[in-house]
Design a binder for this molecule. Sequence first.
Ligand code: NAD
Ligand code: MG
Length: 354
Amino acid sequence: MANKNGYSDLKMFYDADCDLNVLKGKKIAVIGYGSQGHAHSLCLRDSGMDVIVGLRKGGKSWAKAVDAGFQVYEIADAVKQADIVMILINDEVQAKVYKESIGPNLKDGAYVAFAHGFNIHFQQIVPASNINVFMVAPKGPGHTVRSEYLDGKGVPALYAVYQDVTGNTLDIALAYAAAIGAARAGVLETTFKIETETDLFGEQAVLCGGVTALMKAGFDTLVEAGFDPRNAYFECIHEMKLIVDLIYKGGFSMMRYSISDTAEYGDYVIGPRIINDSVKAEMKQVLKEIQDGTFALNWIAENNNGRAHFNAMRRIEAESLNERTGADIRALYSWNKPETLLESEKGVKVGKLF
Ligand code: NAD
Ligand code: MG
């Protein structure tokens, strides 16, 4: 029943509701050893689970997983041995890898798990009818999943059951969530549809697309009015962190308590003029295109066609004035070790978020 905040009646589970024993005697293959993969593997093992890692031979994660003490196999060989297969490789390659190496090698009655609903919801992966399918999606990057676990805490997660042939997939999903520490914080019920649609909408309209477009529009407005790009960068981009940190800690109220009354007044009267009804109308259109599969279709086509548009946009954005200015601004902070996107792509990435 909806309560006074309009919450629906989604269930929330905690450690006391989850029985780790249902995972005893089951071999878990974690496929991929990136942000989520390394965190799940290590936390599951520390929770007493039998974990192996499935990777591409010669891939750059192989040595890392071996160094961490895991038995590492090529994906097909890991899947053949496993009762539970958690797929933590990039979403856009999952369908191909599933078709070639995972699906044909699954044991009868195995459990296939995901940390994001895209491929199941948009039917890029259609597991056979003798396979259980669930999701455990931590609401935080892998390095935080791991550090919170080590701290005796946990990152909250969403769980969903898509296909249940053995009748205990919910118990397995909850135990998995508990074994990576999520049930110490709370594990919230969802569906593959809800998780996929809200995740895509949030990252496109607000967290990634919306925020960067807003900052860039502000930066460009000041620069086009003749201000130095460095002034524009400080005011419209760099200081975003201070605001977001306050919101993270105590909501808009704490942020508004911490800024001047002048800033707070401007927030109330100008904010809705910037993010106005036409922006809201566009957001609704964006949500519609997520729900009707238009976005998925475009993104899948982009990947099937060598990512010409994606790669060009990535290059154009990386070369932009705001990015060049940002590198100079960050260099002013001696405690801020400069890290360019290219360096981070070379493997020092600590936490990819979305
Ligand atoms: P990542 O990019 O950090 O790691 C992906 C791993 O897959 C890497 O080890 C990469 O080498 C490997 N890989 C890539 N292509 C491959 C291929 N063709 N064959 C075999 N291995 C391949 O990814 P991630 O952020 O850990 O995301 C994994 C899953 O978790 C995704 O479904 C994502 O949506 C989900 N997720 C991520 C986060 C997050 O914060 N990072 C949070 C929740 C859910
Ligand atoms: Mg996402």
